[in-house]
Ligand binder design. Structure first.
Ligand code: ZN
Length: 133
């Protein structure tokens, strides 16, 4: 794994949270993106070499609305950049980690992504991501 690419934070209201995090970081988000397959709206902030991704559910089927229902707003996942996502998925599966999706899928911010089940990683939802060219 190369670095922490971003940290995902589940929020109830993206607009309110964009204002809040703008105050925190002293600058605005640089993009807003909807990921229909995940039923989320996202916004991204650059903070030094890493990013913060805010995630708002667009409906009740979203993993984000279930997460907030159970645990409230807060840190949802940590995303690590990898060079070759297929290779890394194979490696981690061999090491006993549970992959949530069998194949990488298209995520926000022009990335191929795969999630590891938090049950196999000490309660932390981990995202692997690889830049798409
Ligand atoms: Zn993410």
């Amino acid at each position: 794994m190369l670095k922490v690419e971003h940290i995902g934070i589940a929020v109830k209201d993206l607009e309110n949270s964009n204002d809040l995090f703008k105050k925190l970081f002293g600058k605005s988000h640089y993009k807003i993106e909807s990921v229909d397959s995940e039923h989320v709206n996202t916004s991204f902030f650059k903070v030094g070499r890493t990013k913060i991704e805010l995630l708002e559910a667009t409906n009740e089927n979203s993993a984000i609305s279930k997460f907030i229902e159970k645990r409230g707003e807060g840190i949802h996942h940590i995303a690590f950049e990898v060079k070759d996502i297929h290779k890394e998925m194979k490696r981690l599966e061999k090491e006993g980690f549970r992959l949530i999706n069998e194949k990488p899928k298209k995520g926000a911010d022009n990335k191929l992504v795969c999630f590891l089940h938090p049950k196999s990683s000490n309660g932390v939802l981990i995202e692997l991501c690889q830049e798409m060219k």
